[in-house]
Write a protein that binds this ligand. Structure first.
Ligand code: PLP
Length: 497
């Protein structure tokens, strides 16, 4: 690596990215390429001789950008936002620039110590109980994804339980979530060795706004115990993926604790909002949980990847995940005065993510970060208001954060298409016409390339999701997005007349 050449090429790449952000709106938000498009455009093998950065960047422009779905477009409203910021980007550069591999304290003391400090800062910002912080015998770690965080905590819960009931009883362990819990819980259960028949996705209903009911949890747990099974792990979600439902932590933890279960709180997206005092009540009851995670790469302006995990009992995690190969032995570890993060995660190698989170928290400060969140929530309210003003549509499940779920209402469709019946979901030949129309609407919106939204199916309803929070989104983009929805709805409903 030649530092001067690095500087020259680095400046070129920064210019390239800055220009990309400035002109991002000219691209279709959802990539319009067909599968296999890139193979047709690129050579079959790597070049034998070096190629200049200018040529490579030209190929990025000509061949890679067309195949990108532009998550950073202000018109990207699909899934949940993957927020970026100048500080997040620069922090990533420092992470990559130093490229240290801080698997244990000695391998880069600053990486480990900054991680413990910055995680305490964020824990304080969230007003997490002291029992989750290092200062209160808890602890925290940065990982790449919620999935990893859940795999690690579930492995810790499994080993703790099996040490009591015997390893031969692994087939009796049961994992609980709701039908709205992210699929990451199921994946974690599979990885951790939970028998597939012992995975419970408890049904939610519209009457509880798709939150997990403590009563239903209790009755499910009781019948499992009667059948000779052993409740192990509950994942409660703050801000579910489909409609941002909030599971009631306090009562759920009460049920779980009665039966000795580990409770993990997945606040991947909505957890970031809880740095604002007005949203903090959504995690009331977290004191009864064993672990808590959120993804600042979703809604706290820390470019991918960054998942924060706090645990009350780090020794459970460490005893499940630690290994001690000879080549990593050192005095600091032996002194037991340091954290060796290799024992808090799946992999040995790890990125210096803490410096990115540190830059984000320092560059914006708590006050600005709160205001960024509030401004996204305000934009979501604006969009929700626009939906509410058009009587053809309905908002499905009230938005608590910056997601609006909506659909063309059954009554609009029954007016446009009076046959075969006008009851709520208009069943036609076994297919739900209301869902079909809404699905068609989403396809048309996304096909336009002007905005990108996604969908969910809750309680049998197909709903469109407009997830606000892309870092470049402003009020004008919200108005435009709604105009696109209306135009396509006009066209689709006209064909039904
Ligand atoms: N949990 C929730 C509530 C989510 O919404 C998501 C992704 O959107 C995840 C977990 C998955 O997170 P990860 O990709 O970090 O594993």
């Amino acid at each position: 690596l030649d530092p001067e050449e690095f500087r020259r090429q680095g400046h070129m790449v920064i210019d390239f990215i800055a220009d990309y952000y400035k002109t991002i709106e000219k691209y279709p938000v959802l990539s319009q390429v067909q599968p296999g498009y890139l193979k047709k455009r690129l050579p079959n093998s790597a070049p034998y001789n070096p190629e200049p950065i200018e040529t490579i960047l030209q190929d990025v422009q000509d061949h890679i950008i067309p195949g990108l779905t532009h998550w950073q477009s202000p018109n990207h409203f699909a899934y949940f936002p993957a927020t970026i910021s100048t500080a997040g980007f620069l922090g990533e550069m420092l992470t990559t620039g130093f490229n240290v591999v801080g698997f244990n304290w000695m391998a880069s003391p600053a990486a480990t110590e900054l991680e413990t400090i910055v995680m305490n800062w964020l824990g304080d910002m969230l007003k997490l109980p002291k029992s989750f912080l290092f200062s209160g015998n808890g602890g925290s770690v940065l990982q790449g994804s919620t999935c990893e965080a859940i795999v690690c905590t579930m492995a810790a819960a499994r080993d703790k339980m099996l040490s009591q009931i015997g390893r031969e009883n692994i087939g009796k362990l049961v994992v609980y979530g709701s039908d709205q819990t992210h699929s990451t819980l199921q994946k974690a259960s599979q990885i951790v060795g939970i028998h597939p028949k012992n995975f419970r996705a408890i049904e939610t209903t519209k009457s509880t706004s798709f939150a997990l009911s403590p009563e239903v949890l209790k009755s499910t747990v009781c019948s499992d115990i009667e059948a000779g099974l052993v409740p192990l792990f509950l994942c409660a979600t703050i801000g579910t993926t489909a409609v941002t439902a909030v599971d009631p932590l306090g009562p759920l933890c009460d049920v779980a604790k009665e039966h000795g279960m580990w409770v993990h709180v997945d606040a991947a997206y909505a957890g970031s909002a809880c740095i604002c005092p007005e949203f903090r009540p959504f995690i009331d009851g977290v004191e009864g949980a064993d672990s808590f995670s959120l993804n600042p790469h979703k809604w706290l302006f820390a470019n991918l990847d960054c998942c924060c995990l706090w645990v009350k009992n780090p020794s459970a995690l460490v005893s499940s995940l630690s290994t001690n190969p000879e080549y990593l032995r050192n005095k600091a570890t032996d002194s037991k005065q340091v954290v060796d993060y290799k024992d808090w995660q799946i992999a040995l190698s790890r990125r210096f993510r803490a410096i990115k989170l540190w830059l984000v928290l320092r560059s914006y400060g708590v006050n600005n970060l709160r205001n960024f969140i509030r401004s996204d929530v305000k934009l979501a309210k604006l969009f929700e208001g626009l939906v509410g003003m058009d009587k053809r549509f309905e908002v499905v499940a009230p938005g608590k954060f910056s997601l609006v779920c909506f659909r063309v209402s059954p009554s609009t469709i029954s007016k446009a298409n009076p046959s075969p019946s006008d009851h709520d979901e208009l069943l036609n030949g076994g297919k739900c016409v209301v869902n079909e129309v809404n699905c068609k609407l989403l396809e048309a919106i996304n096909g336009s390339g002007r905005v990108h939204m996604s969908h969910a199916v809750v309680g049998g309803m197909y709903v469109l999701r407009c997830a606000i929070g892309a870092s470049l989104t402003e009020e004008k983009h919200i108005a435009m997005a709604w105009k696109v929805v209306q135009e396509h709805a006009d066209a689709i409903l006209a064909t039904m007349d």
